[in-house]
Design a protein. Structure first.
Length: 411
């Protein structure tokens, strides 16, 4: 019997990637966070809620209660649609905010980002057109890109998308859906006014347009009156998918989101979720439901919003001294971000490396655009740092821009 000599060791070749994996890049925001993870960096780049404001004691108590009272259920598989106790609580919160909702209208998701992926799986064929705001939430662009969609930006202004331009695009492009974050939008923090929301709902009713309304920031309002969801307007009720999340108001590590959608679409998303992860972690769902039963989430959110307002004001107070002369920025009524535009010919992507050398960071605006980007724009997150850290970060930002004057305006 002879034994064959082993051949030369060869490294196995990587299997060919799917086209969507080759063409859709990673998140520039997460790339920046990785580069600026040093503790000495004051990082205005992330979209991270302030961890010192998490109600860690209340959340821990909710987990202890769930594991003490119903450990077998909490650690077991669950239904794809979500735990009934949590869906009951979410339906009640949604109805209390002006949109009649029952628990069977909801699908619990592993963060609202998963809801976007499920909708893309259930609705989009390669080549389908999706309309988005300009600029747009970056991870939504990724989700639609992975689905092979053709993404078209709707023109707008400092108040958000233009309903007349939307109407023309819907007639011309016949899109599968419109994706929008109408309240304290990421990245611009702008809020679509009530009259435009009504107009968007009218376009949906007239043209048969489906709307995906993403609302992760709406509860973080510092001032002004709440603006009703597009989904609550006549004409949009049966054509709008509303997305929600606990990431910004409870804790992002729980990875709890949800979607509210008409029955047939919701069921299609549930089938897509079965293929993705079977269900969102049971123990997290039950702990969130317990928290809502035992704690006052609205009071907690009000406390968080009060702190965030102070941090927003600290950033607004120092921007004129930090940005180049002729810069403009907005004054958000809530949310987590501030959007700024530098004068031409500044390119915020090209400027970022020299700014990071001063141990401060922001996100350039260019990656948020579906079409031709405005390279003078940037996003600043103001909620993660204290007012004192914001003041120091803006001082470093001024050094990074080589700017020492005081000029610019809020717009």
């Amino acid at each position: 019997m002879t034994i064959a000599e082993p051949g030369p060791t060869t490294r196995s070749a990587m299997p060919p990637l799917a086209a969507r994996a080759r063409t859709v890049g990673g998140s520039p925001v997460r790339d920046i966070l990785a580069v600026t993870a040093r503790p000495e960096v004051i990082n205005f780049a992330g979209g991270l809620p302030a961890p010192e404001l998490f109600d860690a004691d209340g959340i821990a108590a909710a987990f202890r209660a769930v594991l003490a009272r119903t450990p077998a259920r909490a650690l077991q598989y669950s239904t794809t649609e979500g735990e009934p106790a949590l869906r009951d609580a979410l339906a009640a919160r949604t109805a209390a905010r002006g949109l009649p909702t029952g628990p069977d209208d909801l699908l619990v998701t592993t963060g609202s980002q998963q809801a976007l992926s499920l909708l893309a799986t259930a609705l989009l064929e390669p080549g389908d057109t999706v309309l988005v705001e300009n600029p747009c939430y970056l991870a939504a662009l990724q989700a639609f890109g992975f689905a092979g969609a053709r993404v078209v930006a709707v023109p707008g202004d400092e108040h958000g998308l233009d309903p007349a331009a939307l109407d023309e695009l819907v007639a011309r492009e016949r899109p599968k859906l419109l994706y929008t974050v109408p309240t304290f939008q990421n990245p611009t923090a702008r809020t679509l006014p009530a009259e435009r929301r009504a107009a968007v709902a009218a376009v949906a009713a007239r043209r048969g347009l489906w709307i995906v309304e993403d609302d992760p920031y709406g509860e973080l309002r510092y001032e002004g009156a709440r603006v009703p969801w597009i989904a609550a307007h006549p004409g949009a009720e049966d054509r709008t998918v509303l997305l929600g999340s606990f990431s910004k108001v409870m804790a992002p590590g729980l990875r709890l989101g949800w979607l509210r959608a008409p029955g047939e679409l919701r069921r299609a998303c549930a089938v897509a979720k079965q293929a993705a992860d079977l269900h969102t972690p049971t123990v997290n769902q039950l702990a969130a439901a317990r928290y809502l039963a035992d704690q006052d989430l609205d009071a907690h959110v009000a406390r968080v919003a009060g702190v965030y307002r102070e941090r927003r004001d600290a950033m607004l107070a120092g921007l004129a001294a930090a940005l180049p002369e002729g810069s403009q920025w907005n004054r958000p009524e809530g949310g987590m971000f501030l959007w700024a535009r530098l004068p031409e010919p500044h390119d915020t992507t090209a400027l970022l490396p020299q700014v990071v050398r001063h141990d401060v960071a922001y996100v350039p605006g260019a990656p948020f655009y579906a079409g031709t980007p405005d390279r003078t724009t940037l996003r600043l997150c103001f909620v993660t740092q204290t007012p004192e850290e914001i003041e120091e970060g803006l001082r470093r930002l001024a050094q990074g821009f080589g700017h020492t004057g005081t000029a610019g305006s809020a717009g």
